[in-house]
Design a binder for this molecule. Structure first.
Ligand code: C5P
Length: 240
């Protein structure tokens, strides 16, 4: 666990994975008593471009813009320049050293997260792509490169967080998707490398990206409260 004095309401980054701004705004209005950090990803960005980002920022919320830039370095550099001065807190970039370096050139106050290996990936997906490395080794390698290049953080599953903290220390921000409540830890969807909120925090994650377990719940605020209780307990446990 790394102590960066992150308020409880910013530990969960709620993924607004819906197809239009009306639905997205309804989720925000329903949850913002508990949540102060939202993620705009590809689906919502395609629907509303910067409209939703600006609305969230104007409302005083932090925004993770998760567009996972992956292109030649110059294109990534110019894309980062487009989102830099809009009040976004975190942006995600995929790729090798030149791509990450290009993104970092334009970051300004924006924090750049390097995506290591998607949490939907399993070992069998690695084999299918002809890769012989384990996911844990690949994530550790990419996390080290991200740190050495000056990235602010990484996106990884909770399963790799403990090793990254052990090997690389506290400086990197670890943002962890693939979060599932204890009663649904197997996921049952496209996520593969999953953990409960408490496990991920205890392993060293700083923020947890949560989407469907909250947005598709009958009682979203109830799920958030349960997760935040777990997070608070993991934080207390780590301080003992
Ligand atoms: O619904 P669920 O909780 O699985 O949502 C996870 C969110 O995290 C999705 O918006 C997905 O795009 C994002 N994400 C991920 N794995 C990564 C990076 C981002 O699942 N490595």
């Amino acid at each position: 666990m790394s102590d960066k004095n992150i308020p409880l309401r910013e530990r969960i980054i709620l993924a607004l994975d819906v197809g239009d701004k009306t639905q997205a705004r309804a989720i925000v209005r329903r949850t913002e008593s508990h949540i102060g950090f939202y993620k705009v990803g590809l689906q919502l960005f395609m629907a509303d471009w910067f409209g939703m980002v600006d609305w969230l920022v104007d409302r005083g919320h932090k925004v993770m813009l998760d567009l996972k830039f992956f292109d030649i370095p110059e294109t990534v550099r110019l894309a980062v320049a487009q989102i830099r001065d809009r009040g976004v807190s975190l942006a995600t970039v995929h790729g090798n050293d030149p791509i990450l370096r290009a993104a970092l050139q334009e970051r300004g106050d924006l924090k750049i997260l390097a995506v290591t290996v998607l949490t939907s990936f399993g070992e069998e997906d690695m084999r299918a792509m002809g890769m012989t490395q384990s996911i844990a080794d690949l994530v550790a390698f990419r996390a080290r490169r991200a740190l050495e290049l000056g990235c602010d953080g990484i996106v990884s599953s909770g399963l790799e967080a403990a090793r990254i903290r052990h090997e690389l220390g506290a400086r990197l921000l670890i943002v962890t998707p693939g979060i599932r409540p204890g009663d649904n830890a197997a996921g049952g969807d496209d996520q593969n490398r999953v953990m409960t909120p408490g496990q991920a925090l205890a392993a060293g994650a700083d923020h947890l990206v949560v989407g469907r377990p909250v947005t598709r719940a009958a009682d979203p605020v109830g799920v958030i409260e349960q997760m935040q209780d777990e997070i608070a307990a993991a934080l207390v446990g780590s301080a003992c």
